[in-house]
Design a protein around this ligand. Structure first.
Ligand code: NAP
Length: 282
């Protein structure tokens, strides 16, 4: 294997350490730590694990957190009421509604109801719009984590060819905006892209956010490229990414593993956003 493995666990630990180091000053100035409120509707086991991980991470760095469990048959109106309460609560700095929500609830309507100043997931139309306009706001956690990994690796983005596979609101689009803001030349691919491998092969920086196990093989990787695999796919072989790791690692200069690459960054950037939201509010 030629490629350097980008250690997301180590980069995430460094980010968490930076947040923890800022906590004593914050508490001294404001008399309390920043506080994140999470909301989970229903019993989805994976969501429970994710939310639990977020609370543990908060605790480790000294961020306060509160959790609201709602029954699976909660109506959209009830959830919107809770979001409004949390928006108004001066003791809450960040509001996170864990997705997915049950079918009777429109996730877009709920996300849009979160106060943009408390939108630590960076998913409200206001924060997405600020990012699109290159203005400061809360940036969604996984895309921010991708950029932090690239920064930690010292990857030169100015003038680089970056290809993002996936155009979701959650990952693909915000990653492409951030890469553009860093002066990369950005191409965004999706399910209708012709000759995907050929487009990917142009990339100095290749970001895969698709959700198809091992979609991108060696033929999609330019020799010397940096490959960031956001994909998390459960298969009979365990968790795999959207990139064929072994094949791509033969050609790439550096590559993130799955698990242990982008995954740990998402929670670390949530802590960064919660601290930033708290600083901006108080
Ligand atoms: P999504 O909303 O389903 O979007 C997938 C994107 O991939 C869409 O834009 C789709 O194109 C494109 N696509 C699907 N099949 C394709 C193909 N054969 N060729 C080219 N493009 C194709 O997924 P997402 O929420 O962005 O998540 C993507 C992956 O990242 C998933 O595996 C998810 O589990 C993972 N993820 C990981 C983290 C983390 O913390 N590590 C966080 C979020 C997501 P169209 O737009 O044309 O349909």
């Amino acid at each position: 294997m030629a490629a350097r493995i980008i250690d997301g666990n180590a980069v995430a630990a460094a980010v968490r350490g930076r947040v923890a180091a800022e906590m004593p000053d914050f508490v001294r100035e404001h008399g309390r730590p920043p506080v994140l409120a999470t909301v989970l509707v229903g019993e989805d086991p994976a969501s429970k694990v994710y939310v639990g991980g977020k609370h543990r991470a908060c605790e480790e760095v000294g961020i306060g957190s509160a959790h609201h469990d709602l029954a699976a048959d909660t109506s959209e109106a009830q959830l919107l009421e809770l979001v409004e309460d949390l928006n108004r609560d001066d003791g809450v700095d960040g509001v996170l509604v864990q997705l997915p929500v049950p079918d009777q609830i429109d996730p877009d309507r709920v996300i849009a109801a979160i106060d943009p100043a408390k939108d630590v997931d960076g998913l409200t139309p206001v924060n997405a719009g600020l990012l699109a306009h290159g203005m400061p706001g809360l940036v969604s956690c996984t895309p921010a984590g991708v950029m932090e990994l690239l920064r930690s690796e010292g990857v030169e983005l100015e003038g680089a060819e970056a290809v993002v596979v996936g155009r979701s609101k959650l990952v693909g689009v915000p990653v492409s905006r951030l890469l553009l803001a860093a002066n990369a030349t950005v191409t965004v691919c999706h399910s209708r892209t012709r000759d995907l491998a050929a487009v990917c092969r142009r990339a100095d920086v290749l970001v895969a956010a698709v959700g198809v196990p091992r979609l991108l093989g060696a033929d999609a990787v330019k020799p010397g490229a940096v490959v960031i695999d956001v994909g998390v796919n459960r298969t009979d072989d365990g968790l795999v990414g959207d990139v064929d790791f072994e094949a791509a690692a033969e050609r790439a200069a550096a590559i993130t593993p799955v698990p242990g690459g982008v995954g740990p960054m998402t929670v670390a950037m949530l802590l960064v956003n919660t601290l930033a939201a708290a600083r901006a509010r108080v």
